[in-house]
Ligand binder design. Structure first.
Ligand SMILES: Cc1cc2nc3c(=O)[nH]c(=O)nc-3n(C[C@H](O)[C@H](O)[C@H](O)COP(=O)(O)OP(=O)(O)OC[C@H]3O[C@@H](n4cnc5c(N)ncnc54)[C@H](O)[C@@H]3O)c2cc1C
Ligand code: FES
Length: 302
């Protein structure tokens, strides 16, 4: 059974590499270099792989799977926090079966992984102010995005909301890049080093946005937060990309287990003829692992 699963993943990855979009997906076994506990429930996992990893773009993700186990059977998606050569970092929070196992793993243990997956954030645009809105563990894809944008001299702001200040992770990494950091906590706890707000992280968007300044909003976190951020972006008519944390099985576009409803143009008159609300528009499913996880917020069916 296990061999069959490994072969199935290997086969899928090979097919993807041969016929899919022209990109290389690395599949194999990674060795845990470090699995550092950062807070009560959050860990930083550093993996090394044989050879060199392909280029990973900000917002792309890795699937991790426990080898030689059928419970949990499937891999789980995690944003790539940082990658260099043959070293890949992920920050994860313990929420269920797989992450509970991960938290118990030690240096030298192995994990199956395949990466890079998904589309990633857009990194070419005319905005001079980049506002990244993160909730919970949603800051993880933003370190690589900030790295990209600080090189273009864009003003980068991170708005980061958590339940309390103990759950704020990775701010030193963002600070080193010169990112302007604003925190929001549900309970009002704060850190003297950063501007802190008692309330929703989305309250901060209108505070940091300068009317008229070309601005791009990127969001990652729980869906209600993404929706709230999108509504504010809409008010100011700002471009907005959101990264979804949809459950996944294969991560390769094969199982269709990760679909979300997106708006699209009607291809012909017969498409959804009963839908009288929009003349030219209809909806269809899109796979989060292939066409996402990053979506133009204006194209999602909220
Ligand atoms: C593109 C992408 C990037 C991501 N990046 C990150 C990241 O960087 N860091 C990170 O920590 N996470 C990230 N996630 C989320 C991560 O994939 C999930 O947290 C992970 O799959 C959880 O796996 P698990 O086996 O530990 O939890 P599971 O056991 O699969 O549980 C998943 C969820 O279901 C809930 N649940 C479990 N059992 C039950 C039950 N019996 N009844 C009700 N609810 C239940 C859990 O509380 C949890 O919220 C990302 C997801 C995506 C799609
Ligand atoms: S997870 Fe299988 S198609 Fe997306």
């Amino acid at each position: 059974m296990l061999n069959f699963l490994s072969w199935l993943y290997f086969f899928s990855v090979t097919i993807m590499n041969m016929f899919g979009e022209q990109r290389k997906i690395w599949y194999g076994s990674g060795i845990i270099e470090n699995n550092l506990k950062l807070t009560e429930q959050t860990f930083r996992l550093t993996l090394t792989v044989p050879g060199t990893l392909p280029t990973v773009n900000a917002g792309q993700f890795v699937m991790l799977r426990l080898p030689n186990r059928t419970n949990p059977l499937l891999g789980r998606p995690f944003a790539v926090y940082r990658v260099s050569g043959n070293v890949l970092e992920v920050i994860y929070v313990v929420v269920g079966k797989m992450t509970e196992h991960l938290a118990k793993m030690r240096t030298g243990d192995t994990l199956d992984l395949w990466t890079p997956l998904g589309n990633g954030f857009s990194t070419v645009n005319t905005a001079t102010h980049i506002i990244m809105v993160a909730g919970g563990i949603g800051q993880t894809p933003f370190l690589m995005l900030a790295e990209k944008y600080v090189q273009t001299d864009s003003h980068c702001t991170l708005l980061y909301g958590t339940q309390n200040i103990e759950r704020v992770i990775g701010m030193d990494d963002f600070k080193k890049l010169g990112v302007d950091i604003h925190l929001a906590t549900d309970d009002g706890s704060c850190n003297k080093d950063f501007v802190s707000h008692h309330g929703f992280v989305t309250d901060l968007i209108s505070k940091v946005y300068q009317l008229g300044e070309p601005t791009q909003i990127f969001c990652c976190g729980p869906r209600p937060m993404l929706h709230a951020a999108f509504q504010i972006a809409q008010q100011f008519n700002l471009p907005c990309e959101v990264s979804l944390e949809t459950s996944m099985s294969c991560g390769l576009g094969i199982c269709f287990g990760c679909v979300v409803k997106c708006r699209c143009e009607k291809e012909n008159k017969l498409d959804n003829d009963n839908d009288n609300n929009h003349d030219h528009e209809t909806w269809d499913y899109r796979r989060t692992c292939i066409e996402g996880p990053v979506f133009d917020a204006y194209k999602l069916c909220w």
